[in-house]
Structure formats: C-alpha cells, structure tokens
Ligand binder design. Structure first.
Ligand SMILES: *Cc1c(COP(=O)(O)O)cnc(C)c1O
Length: 382
C-alpha cells in the first residue's frame, strides 16, 4: 500500500492566533455581535472586493439560516395555504430542503439538466405550466459553485410574478462569463456559505447578496428579531447575526480568496486533462469555486460506485459522492416533496463521485489520485 494519504477535504481558515491585535481591539470595543464595526467592514469588503462596489451584502451566522431568512423574506406576503410550493432541485444538499420547510413551504422537486447539473429550464417551465398559481418561489442552486444563468431567473420571475432565491452556498470565488462574481447585479437574494468546508471558511458563517438596497435593509432587520424600529418587531424575525470574531476571520480570508480559487481551478483543470474518460460539469461561467471535483463515472450505478469508493479508500484517498442520496430519495424530504419525474437526477446521482481539490495539493497528488482512480475503475467494473 502506498505511503500516501490524501484526505477528501482540508479547511482553509485564517489563523486566529495570528490576529491577536485585532482580537484585542474587539475586546476593547466590548462589541461582539449586533452588526458591529468589524462586521460592517467585512460587509463593505465583500461589496467592494467581490462585487466591484455594486449591490449590497448582509452577513448571516450560516447559509442554512440565510436561506430560511431569504425564502421567508421573498414570500412574506404569501400564504402557504394558497401557494404551498417552492420549486427547487432534488440534486442538492439537505440544508436547502430544510430551509424550504422551515420557511413554511413544500419542496416541489425539479429535474436537473444533464450537462450543467442545475435545474433544467425545460423542466421548470413544465412544472410552472401546472403549478405556477400554487408556487410561492423559485429556488435554484448554483450547483457545486458553477455559475447558472441568472437572466433566465429574472425573466421567469417577470413572466410568472414569482420571486427567486439563489442557493450559492458554494459559489464564493466563482466568476460568471463576464468575469464578475457570481450573483452580481441580481436583485433577488443570493445566499453564500462561509462554512469551514467551503473555498473560504470562517467556521460557521455566510452572507446574502442583492443588488437591491431595500431587500438587504429589510433582511437585516429580519436577522435582528424583525426590529425595523428600536425593539419593535415589524417583520418576521430571527437571530442570524454573525459574531465580530467570525467577521474578522472573513476579512482575513478575503486576502487569499482569489489565490486559492485560482489554485483550485488549476487542480480541477488538471483532473479534466488526466481523466478524459469521466464526464465533467459543463462550465456556466469563467471560473467555478471548487469545494471538490465532481465527476460522473461512465457506466456506473450505485453498486459499482460503492465498490469504486471502497477501492479508493484502500488507495488511501478520500472521496465522496455528493449528492447521493439526492433529496427526494431521503426519507424526510420524500414525505413532503411531491413526486415529479426525476430521471436525470436519478442517473446523475447514481454515477457521481467527488474527488479532493485542496489548496495544498501538489501536481503529483492530483496525478496520483487520477491514476488510482483509473486503476480502481478497472478493478471495480471488470
Ligand atoms: C454548504 C451548503 C449549504 C449550507 O451552508 P451552511 O453555511 O453550512 O449552513 C447549503 N446548501 C448547499 C448547496 C451547500 O453546499
């Protein structure tokens, strides 16, 4: 057995121990939360450094809470008894399904496109033909940090009068075809995660972008107990505020985000070159922010994929299979989600694997993972 061990994920979180002067400043200020000065600086840095000064950002304590907040905001005038559904992909992370349920709605699962692995535009239109009068929101996911076409969602929203929330949990560092940060200029909430496992992490955290100032101002009040007047709730509220120490980590992380995103982009390009036999996601923008490398194994099914993952473990390489099971296959969501036909999701989810894309990986590491994968595919399938 080779004397190598390549784990699946590695966190990229700034060293708190090196920020003692900044921590002392927080202690001296006596402000630990409540949209304090460090948080304001972080929101401003996101706005200027990531979104080129266009639009507005609101931090949240994690993206799951951010999704609940955003979904509740866009549906605040909608009665779930009249419009129970939120259209979303089943090929996503559990957090998105839970967010819909916490907001008081029912997921209506839509199939994904075979190339982008994001919600199929045709399948969305088909669902809307039947369910548009029962649909409270459209909730696409920028799958695996790959950009999706936001103009499509602007025009769907105009056509049907239905609001949108975008799950961009793994998209910080992603660039659209215009070379701008994914989400730039979009008026509806776009929710990003800063979890430890994402390209830029602070532990637990996230933020919501919108080009619309009022959307951010009102969601900011929602995130502070619904207080639009001092201690006077005027809108749905919860507590979604990011602590000052986490905002400090975010400010520090922004300094290296671009360098790390480029490094990961190169690792991903290397996998694509070394593994032409796999099917990769069709790019929806200039650069995806990679948490890991998703790839489809030809001729795989769940049994063969399981065998392959076991063999990769023997090779001492960490792999995973996001997103399998997909949401409609999970007991809790299947009891709510109304069944629509999901053939592409089924086939994709059964044949996908996730390979490590860590900023510390060397070219040799990537070559080793690729060669072990080739060898193990032969062993698993023959
Ligand atoms: C990570 C992730 C989330 C949740 O983000 P948290 O900040 O951990 O709450 C939601 N949706 C998707 C698709 C994710 O990858």
């Amino acid at each position: 057995m080779p004397d190598v061990e390549i784990s699946f994920l590695e966190t990229n979180i700034p060293k708190l121990s090196r920020l003692s002067a900044e921590l002392e400043q927080i202690e001296d200020s006596g402000i630990y939360s409540n949209y304090g000065p460090v948080n304001s600086k972080f929101e401003n840095s996101l706005r200027t450094h990531i979104f080129g000064g266009n639009g507005h950002c609101l931090t949240v304590c994690n993206a799951t809470i951010g999704l609940i907040l955003a979904l509740k905001y866009v549906t605040r005038h909608t009665n779930p008894a009249d419009k129970p559904y939120i259209i979303m992909p089943s090929f996503t992370f559990a957090a998105a399904g839970h967010a819909v349920l916490w907001a008081g709605f029912t997921p209506l699962f839509v199939d994904v496109a075979p190339d982008s692995w994001s919600s199929s535009h045709e399948a969305e239109k088909e669902l809307l033909r039947t369910y548009s009068s029962k649909t409270a929101a459209i909730f696409p996911y920028a799958t695996f940090g790959n950009s999706i076409d936001l103009e499509h969602y602007s025009s769907l929203s105009d056509q049907y009068g239905i609001p949108v929330v975008v799950d961009a949990a793994s998209s910080l560092g992603s660039l659209n075809f215009a070379g701008k940060a994914f989400g730039s200029g979009f008026p509806f909430p776009v929710v990003f995660s800063l979890h430890a496992t994402k390209t830029m992490g602070v532990g637990e955290g996230g933020f919501i972008y919108s080009s619309d100032a009022t959307t951010i101002t009102q969601m900011r009040a929602m995130g502070n107990f619904g207080f639009e007047k001092p201690r006077h709730a005027t809108i749905h509220g919860l507590n979604s505020k990011l602590p000052e120490v986490s905002a400090l980590l975010g400010l520090e992380g922004l300094k290296t985000l671009n360098k790390i995103a480029i490094k990961k982009e190169n690792i991903a390009a290397n996998y694509q070159k070394l593994l032409p036999e796999l099917q990769f996601q069709k790019p929806g923008g200039r650069r995806a922010a990679y948490q890991f490398m998703p790839a489809r194994i030809p001729n795989a099914d769940k049994t063969r994929r399981a065998r392959l993952l076991d063999l990769m473990k023997e090779s001492r390489i960490g792999t995973a299979s996001y997103f399998s099971p997909h949401l409609a296959e999970q007991e809790y969501f299947s009891s709510f989600g109304s069944a629509s036909h999901l053939p592409v999701t089924e086939a994709l989810s059964s044949s996908i694997i996730s390979l490590p894309v860590k900023h510390t990986m060397t070219t040799d590491d990537v070559a080793y993972v690729a060669s072990e994968l080739k060898r193990n595919m032969q062993r698993a399938f023959n």
